[in-house]
Write a protein that binds this ligand. Structure first.
Ligand SMILES: [Zn+2]
Length: 328
């Protein structure tokens, strides 16, 4: 059976009994400012809502396979302001997006030019809270060219910028990203530098930018390290996100890290700032975030449809088994 499943109270129940970390964060609300829900399943949305995630930002990114034509970019951007926002709303989560040409695909110049042409059609849409994620991957001249062009677009549109910093040669790539943003006259307060680590955080904060940290298993920050960062640098202009995507990642990284911070004796106000408030302060500069919407979206009506489609699929119940609050 497909597409005609009727919603019952049962469908909205959590899939598993509450694990210990959910007890630790009971009553807290979270904002995950970087998560690629396009690559995630609908039961992730349910688990995120159960863990207190009230709102998210989905940046535009690379889908794992290079796109070959402009129309797939167009459809992708449309899904970020359309279907994906609807899908989130069906689980009581407010969905925002940042729109941009990712650094990897900036290297296909012909396509990059075409993407630059359509970006202005999307960046002024409702729920678009920034230009992102943009910046450097391999730090090539083409990446720099389109990074600069998109900084100009951000200025023109009055939108914050969400910077993806490279995995390789991170420190240099991060410094270069900030230098170029300053060169283009951007106020550091309008720029969120993402994927920081212990090597980059001091300079990012000293220069007045927002410092975002991605809690991602194996490759970026584990959340035990994140606890130490907050102990050392405090909570001003620092925010955390999951960057969950098609890789082995964790859409509950923000609430799990909040639980670990709480367990480690970090002040509740600091936890609130790095897991909720700071991200809102940074991205609300777009004029697109109204916190009363977080409550409004909680009134879930799963009988609603988006262009005739619903999120319901015969009540399947996927497994969730990654429930420890430690992310290595
Ligand atoms: Zn990302």
């Amino acid at each position: 059976m497909c597409c005609s499943h009727e919603l019952t109270e049962k469908n909205l129940q959590p899939l598993t009994v509450n694990p210990a970390f959910l007890e630790r964060i009971k009553g807290m609300r979270f904002f995950d400012p970087h998560i690629h829900m396009t690559s995630r399943t609908t039961d992730d949305y349910q688990a995120m809502a159960d863990a207190g995630i009230a709102a998210i930002i989905e940046p535009s990114f690379w889908l794992g396979q290079p796109r070959t034509g402009i129309d797939t970019f167009r459809d992708y951007f449309n899904s970020l302001i359309g279907w994906e926002r609807f899908r989130a709303s069906q689980f009581g989560i407010k969905h925002y997006t940042t729109i941009g040409l990712n650094s990897k695909e900036a290297n296909n110049e012909k396509l990059a030019e075409a993407v630059m042409e359509i970006l202005p059609l999307f960046v002024y849409k409702e729920g678009v809270v920034g230009i992102g994620e943009i910046g450097f991957d391999d730090q090539t001249p083409a990446e720099e060219k389109y990074y600069r062009a998109q900084l100009e677009l951000a200025k023109e549109a009055g939108l914050p910028v969400q910077i993806h910093t490279p995995h390789r040669d991170k420190k240099k790539g991060t410094q270069r990203s900030m230098d170029i943003a300053i060169e283009h006259g951007l106020d550091p307060r309008m720029v969120i530098v993402d994927h920081n680590n212990e090597e980059t955080v001091q300079e990012v904060l000293d220069r007045g930018f927002w410092a975002a940290f991605t809690i991602y298993p194996f490759t970026k920050m584990g959340n035990e390290r994140m606890v130490e960062v907050v102990k050392q640098y405090g909570s001003e202009r620092i925010m955390i996100n999951s960057a969950a995507d098609w890789g082995i990642s964790d859409p509950l990284a923000v609430p799990k890290t909040a639980a670990l911070m709480h367990e480690s004796g970090i002040d509740l106000n600091d936890i609130h700032l790095v897991t909720f408030r700071n991200a809102i302060s940074a991205f609300a500069q777009s004029g697109q975030i109204n916190e009363s919407d977080f409550e409004a979206v909680k009134e879930i009506d799963q009988s609603l449809k988006f262009n005739g489609s619903t999120v319901l699929r015969g009540g399947q119940q996927p497994r969730r088994d990654n429930l420890s609050n430690i992310i290595k």
